[in-house]
Design a binder for this molecule. Structure first.
Ligand code: GTP
Ligand code: MG
Length: 390
């Protein structure tokens, strides 16, 4: 803003969500965001997410620190991480009256898995080859996978390690490789006339060649962020030295709101549609989501009802079968009992018959015995009379 010669010092916002708080050590530039969306932004604040992907040691953390003029949490990774991981850190920053909830997502272990034999080759001679191999490997594949999900802004990291002439060739090569492979990068929008010519110009500078550093070096009588070498100093914020300022301008000043909107309207919307259609909801048949949901719900309810009915009938059927089984068993038991009873009665009758028979035989025997006894005693008497008579 014209009347603010000295930018206000950044402050830390206290908030209830336990976010880590950081003090900005200098002016970053996102206090100009209200120019994009004035009142809403001031009351609600901004939320902005940056995913920084690149191989281990590329300079990701340094670039984020340089961009936001602060020191984020970051522990450098080793090259021995087996899998690529992501670490998300959320910070609440404030510059003048504008709050920014910033999430920086860093990748670890990226590109450490590929064989990089070429990297030992003499840099100048093999630089194109290496860049080619580098382009053909993970970066393109990654960008291709991510381009429908996020806004991709390609950058060339550590651009102080490449000569200006090589850098121009490398940039052109990256852009043609991206186009050839159908990678959709984010282009700064040119439909808003207040920023269209600036954005158009900036699109021509993609990918931005950046240098990151949080070291302050004295240049002339000013302290500035720079990387110092025996042969001189590379100034991070000098547009003749690198595109860092362009990146910061585009990302944080001019197009942050468009980046946020594009993420919501294009990427999230696509994700949402795909997820919904995975779940069987399509908005292609002209129905609103509510109607589709109602239809699905009705279908589900009637399916449940018919399942319930089916189960009820199966239960009744099973009860009937069990009942028949039990009845059968009962009848068998009765039959068995009856036949045992009959057998028992038969046996008893047989026994009684033979008892009667025996009793009759016994009576007969008694009679015969009595008769025999009688016979015996009368013959004895006759015999003794005879003896007496002699
Ligand atoms: P990991 O988190 O381990 O994956 O690394 P990183 O990508 O976050 O890299 P980091 O920012 O830790 O930087 C790695 C090394 O590269 C450090 O020694 C930095 O000082 C150096 N470095 C960072 N940015 C630049 C740059 O623009 N130019 C040069 N020459 N070196 C840089
Ligand atoms: Mg890091």
């Amino acid at each position: 803003m014209a009347d603010q010669a000295v930018p206000p010092k950044a402050e830390v916002v206290k908030n209830a969500t336990n976010l880590r708080e950081l003090s900005l050590s200098g002016h970053v530039g996102f206090d100009s965001l209200p120019e994009q969306l004035v009142n809403k932004s001031i009351t609600q604040g901004f939320a902005f997410n940056i995913l920084c992907v690149g191989e281990t040691g590329l300079g990701k953390s340094t670039l984020m620190d340089t961009l936001f003029n602060t020191q984020f949490d970051s522990t450098p990774s080793t090259h021995f991480i087996r899998e690529v991981g992501v670490k998300a850190h959320t910070y609440d920053l404030q510059e003048s009256s504008v709050r920014l909830k910033l999430t920086v997502v860093d990748s670890v272990g990226f590109a450490d898995q590929i064989n990089k034999d070429n990297s030992v080759a003499p840099i100048v001679e093999y630089i194109d080859k290496q860049y080619e191999a580098y382009l053909q490997s993970l970066d393109l594949v990654t960008m291709k996978k991510l381009d429908s999900k996020v806004n991709i802004i390609p950058v060339v990291a550590k651009s102080d390690t490449i000569t200006k002439a090589e850098l121009q060739r490398f940039k052109a090569k990256i852009m043609s490789e991206l186009a050839q492979n159908g990678v959709q990068i984010y282009y700064f929008p040119t439909d808003d006339e207040t920023v269209s010519s600036l954005n158009q110009d900036m699109n021509g500078h993609l990918p931005f060649a950046v240098v990151g550093s949080t070291d302050e070096v004295k240049v002339g009588n000013k302290m500035m962020k720079a990387r110092q070498y025996p042969w001189g100093t590379v100034q991070v914020e000098n547009e003749n030295h690198c595109d860092f300022v362009k990146l910061r301008e585009m990302l944080l000043r001019t197009n942050m709101q468009d980046l946020i909107d594009t993420t919501h309207k294009k990427h999230y919307e696509l994700y949402r549609r795909v997820r919904l259609s995975d779940m069987g909801f399509t908005d292609s048949d002209g129905k609103t989501l509510q109607e589709t949901y109602e239809l699905k719900r009705e279908a589900h309810v009637s399916e449940m009802q018919s399942k319930e009915e089916e189960m009820r009938q199966m239960f009744v059927q099973r009860v009937k079968e069990k009942e028949t089984e039990l009845k059968e068993a009962e009848r068998e038991l009765h039959n068995k009992f009856d036949s045992l009873k009959r057998q028992h009665a038969d046996d008893r009758k047989r026994l009684e018959d033979s008892k009667k028979q025996l009793e009759m035989e016994m009576t007969e025997f008694q009679k015969k015995k009595a008769f025999a006894d009688q016979q015996h005693s009368s013959s004895t008497t006759t015999l003794s009379k005879h003896k007496k008579g002699k």
